[in-house]
Design a protein around this ligand. Sequence first.
Ligand SMILES: Nc1ncnc2c1ncn2[C@@H]1O[C@H](COP(=O)(O)OP(=O)(O)OP(=O)(O)O)[C@@H](O)[C@H]1O
Ligand SMILES: [Mg+2]
Length: 361
Amino acid sequence: MAALEKIHILKFRNLSDQYFTPDKATNLILGKNGQGKTNLIESLYYLGHGRSFKTKNLKDIVPFDDHQIQITAIVDGQKISLNKTRDKSQVVVDGKKISSNSFLSQLLPIQIISPDRGFVVGGVPKLKRSYLDWGVYHDNENTLKTYAAFKKTLKNINTLLNNGEQTQLDEWLVFLATLSVEITKDRFAYIASLSTVLKENKSKEFASLVESPFDFIFKLQTGWPKEIDPLNEQKIISYLLNSKKTLMKTKHLNSGPHRANIDFSLDGQGENYLSRGEQKKMSFVFWMLQVLELVKNKKKPIVLIDDISSELDEIKIKSIIDFLTDIEVQIFMTDIGNNKLPLKEEKSTSFSIENGVITRF
Ligand SMILES: Nc1ncnc2c1ncn2[C@@H]1O[C@H](COP(=O)(O)OP(=O)(O)OP(=O)(O)O)[C@@H](O)[C@H]1O
Ligand SMILES: [Mg+2]
């Protein structure tokens, strides 16, 4: 089980240089607007992913009067140190430098739900793919190589198209088709596992979160035109080779796994017809399914929930907290603190955050 035992935030946005010893179970961080709640959640996410969910620019997150970010933590007895400047990025685990962020996310699988990241139901395709691929990766770590190869292949194809070059284009398109089938297979398999988890837990875990009975459907759109069988490599190859003229005109490949999407619906209503509260509630369900799937595979993520009580009523909050407490994952959640949250006292610790300083209540 992944758990953060000790955290030392040295430099990250407005957070002060401080040590923070979290609870193994639930950590509630309370603070008024602008005190650093989201910054703290972002710093923990950063530790597990080597990047932010809010920005691509390092300069946004280095403290205003500094030029680097620095966080250190003990995770299951191992020390992780992350140090980034504009020119240098260094991640050290137990004294050894590591070069890939995927190693970090294996060590520290972090799953987040935050209004600043956006909610997956009703969200943009890019966000949906990021939720999807996080799960696919944790289900099967080998997929990472396929994704990396796909990214490189796509880049090469787009460069050729952009330069109007045809040499080697066919070879790259054929290779892309092969990789695409692998990625799509994994994505279908993952979505199918989530549907199974939903079926198995529908009445138990979700009954108080969603007024039962409910019919929640998530469907993968593979990114290829509807008439093409996304699992048939030969069909994709013919499609791509036959579309070369158009591709040369558009100068980039605008179909394929990089354009995949998930369509959500609740009780027959498409996601765009759902209210914001309903979208948020179903985003929590999807997120919980992802957590359950991971737990089923004997991995325990650390979960981050920013602004838990905005848009969710007390019953829903209680069912989410009960669910997470039951499966015994470490939780970091923030709240503005207007209402008392239904926490199990023996399994939780509350902190306040003010001006970037975290204090135990
Ligand atoms: N790079 C940075 N260096 C220093 N301070 C920063 C930096 N980036 C953001 N801040 C400041 O951090 C403060 C806290 O932001 P944060 O988003 O964490 O607040 P919050 O507690 O989540 O508030 P809310 O309840 O409104 O969501 C903001 O006042 C912001 O100006
Ligand atoms: Mg915030």
